[in-house]
Design a protein around this ligand. Sequence first.
Ligand code: X5A
Ligand code: ZN
Length: 665
Amino acid sequence: MMAASPDDSLRPRVGLIYDERMCRHTTPDGEAHPECPERIRAIWKKLESEGIPRRCVLLNARKVEDKYLASVHTQNHIELIKNISSKEFDSRRQKIASELDSIYLNVGSSEAAYLAAGSVIEASEKVAKGDLNSVIAIVRPPGHHAESNEAMGFCLFNNVAIAANYLLNEKPELGIKKILIVDWDVHHGNGTQKMFYKDPRVLFFSVHRFDFGDFYPSGDDGAYCMIGEGPGAGYNINVPWEHGQCSDADYIAVWDHVLIPIAKEYNPDIILVSAGFDAAIDDPLGGCCVTPHGYSLLLQKLMQFAQGKIVMVLEGGYNLKSIANSVLACAKVLLQEESVGSIQTATFKSTWRVIEAVRHELKGYWPVLDVELPQNLLITNSRPCPAEVTYSSSESDVENDEGTARTINFSDFVEDDVLLPLSKLKIDEELVTSNEIVDGYITWRSLLSKVEVWYASFGSNMWMPRFLCYIEGGKVEGMSAPCCGSLDKSSPKDVIWKIVPHRLLFGRSHTRTWGAGGVAFLDPERSTSDKAYLCMYRITLEQFNDVLLQENSLHQENGIIKQMASPLLDLHILEYVAKNKSLPLKTLKDGWYSTVLYLGKEDDLPILTMTCSASDVERFKSGELPASVPAKDYMNTLVNGLVEGKQLTREEAVAYVNGAATWKL
Ligand code: X5A
Ligand code: ZN
């Protein structure tokens, strides 16, 4: 018998879980899929080749008991995952999977899912007890997208959420009262977020590619304004990247300026890492470029908390080499073996913008964030964003080129000498300059609150009290749902009327705000035989963005205006609209008022309005989309606007609206 060497007693005790049975979850007919068994095999092989397993404590995977699933998942969902691999489901399995979002299922899926969740419980319990310092759980299927009643995004059970619940609710004697979940998978951990949204015992932190809601799992759940609710307010932290290509420097900046300060204050009893490695360099899904050394630094920085109690749980990660090397680097950190290397990249400007926004959002809950970041950090250490914008070109650019909306680079129009000089837009020169210097340091709201535009309304917004709902929030008679209003509730600086040679159209037969009845759109094309009444409000570009958001019904979250990570219409885009007269905003493509129109100037300020897509205009004109007469309440609002605005008598106003609404080819 050999006594343990002194080295062994000093070395941290790191657990390792891997089980070949989790490889039996495969696509049913052997089709290729990024979330494949080779992922965990490649990681295991790499660790073996480096002698990691013999320096660790090997743990047995075990299946989760149903009762531990039940605090996180519905009985329905548990039954489904339990039974899905049985013979009786042979014929239905594929159909069930096809109805789910990004899920495949086979005879091995149930066992793998039970093992993955059970293994994370096992790992967490060992670490919580202090038997081990940390554990790496090399499990699949991944878990962080799985919601209470929904398998999605390659995830069946939410392994990390199940383990967190287990520690908090099943093992109070272990003394785990506060859990920090760090989700660095490139995708937002929507499932985990939902499970602890109102629970301050779990601080959920996710950094993920967001692309303004376009990146999987698309939508607004991953936005930085999602900060938790009720007692959980402030305990949900999202850091949404605006684009791909983020690298070590961006992640480290977020650690240093968001996560670490908060973690210090929160003082967790244990840390669970939803460790997807799909933000790794060369990952086919993530489009980011974090290196193994980068991951090792992220993990290293977490080890100062919770006495180093860390459970690292595999989530995504689809480049076999990258994930193997990344997990290896992390294993060495947990084993406290040396790690060498330096960060090779610079932080994106957009990263400082996102960090600022997140800090601003959370500073009420975490006073440590309530100080300004040093400016030199922002000036000296950043690189421009990848050349891409989030909207497509106006229809004139894609003529004869059906459906292939070209993505424009900023440089395509920013350097164009046809552009209006910024000074024409009445922006405080100094502010613009300082914004150019430090970029993202000034929030888009504070910048755009200094820019005024005319918002030209032609529908119900012509009635001032109704329009003010979009500014102040609330509703007027006839509206079925209240508006949330703008973050800037100040009244329009001026109101004037204008008649323009454009056709007013009425389409759509039902709206959220008004119920049944058509709503107004403006034909972007000029036609001298037509006239449309416009009630123009002088408001800030910040307010215009909030109106645009509300007109497109993208704000509905408990009547609170959804925070926009960045404006729908910023100064660059405004210049572009001014030049091209019309711009369909890709970010609003599902809204009815997704196209911004530029109608010229008044008092040297741009006149903007919003209408439907060019294709909808065509469909209204061709009769494919039936013209729809406005319902009584909606009609009244328009008439009130025209009458109170002293444009028309009541009879004339009714005739004007009816004329437009019953217009035929
Ligand atoms: C766990 C994970 C990604 C799902 C992508 C679906 N899921 N398109 O990385
Ligand atoms: Zn992922």
